[in-house]
Design a protein around this ligand. Structure first.
Ligand code: TYD
Length: 232
């Protein structure tokens, strides 16, 4: 029996997706640690601020996984500081629990109100890090993600592409104490990058941004993309 038949929620996800989407937009930022996506996501929020009163943009919400909810904050501490007590499958399920709470309490209500959600990481991080990086079953990860997200999918994913050495230099400079992910070796990061590229090769709503451009240049590319899509 396939995973889809086993779970049997495809149809209800399809119906939910239709109801939930309305006018909001879900825009995710992805990339390996140290690629600069958090700085970029915040800069994009600031750049969108001047359009706040436009007809097409009713609200802008910055969110982050893991940790945007109270439950997420607790999970984030375990995931980043106490990896030794969490096996790989439990690690994924904790990210999935954070995601379920995040969608139920933040993302879906905001999308219903028509907000643009700028999300610093989302489901693709689990496929890349837990699937390709840790070697967990990708079909199960995708199905659990879809469940946690109640069938909602990103309108756009912005992938900040960077080489492992540059990313590592950045997070070594930034953090005195490295998270359990930042302590991973070169092979792990290579698998995560391979994963991201495999995921995004199958999608037509991904904008790839060069992580070595300045933030201003990156924001200009993204704003130009929004205008080209007539989102602004
Ligand atoms: P964080 O400090 O938020 O790093 P970043 O600013 O790079 O997002 O830590 C989040 C870490 O959790 C990061 O190393 C990526 C990892 N992660 C996963 O492994 N799977 C996931 O599903 C998510 C959302 C994050």
């Amino acid at each position: 029996m396939s995973i889809k038949e086993e779970i049997g929620f495809e149809r209800s996800l399809f119906l939910l997706k239709k109801v939930v989407k309305m006018n909001g937009k879900l825009i995710t930022f992805e990339g390996i640690d140290g690629c600069g996506k958090t700085t970029l996501a915040r800069a994009v929020c600031a750049a969108l601020g001047i359009h706040r009163n436009d007809e097409k943009l009713t609200g802008i919400v910055f969110t982050k996984e893991p940790g945007d909810t109270a439950l997420g904050q607790s999970l984030r501490t375990i995931l980043q500081k106490q990896k030794e007590m969490v096996c790989d499958l439990a690690e994924f399920l904790l990210f999935a629990a954070d995601r379920a709470q995040h969608f139920q309490t933040v993302i879906i209500p905001q999308l219903k109100q028509g907000s643009w959600i700028i999300a610093d990481r989302l489901a693709d991080s689990s496929v890349a890090y837990q699937g390709y990086g840790r070697g967990l079953d990708i079909a199960h990860i995708r199905a659990t993600n879809a469940w946690a997200m109640q069938g909602v999918e990103p309108d756009l994913t912005i992938y900040v592409q960077i080489d492992i050495e540059t990313a590592r230099e950045r997070f070594l400079q930034r953090n005195e104490v490295l998270s359990s992910f930042e302590r991973e070796k070169h092979d792990f990061w290579q698998r995560v990058i391979t994963g991201y590229e495999a995921i995004f090769a199958q999608r037509n709503n991904v904008l790839v941004i060069d992580g070595k451009l300045t933030t201003e240049q990156q924001v200009a590319c993204i704003m130009a993309y929004f205008r080209q899509q007539q989102w602004l």
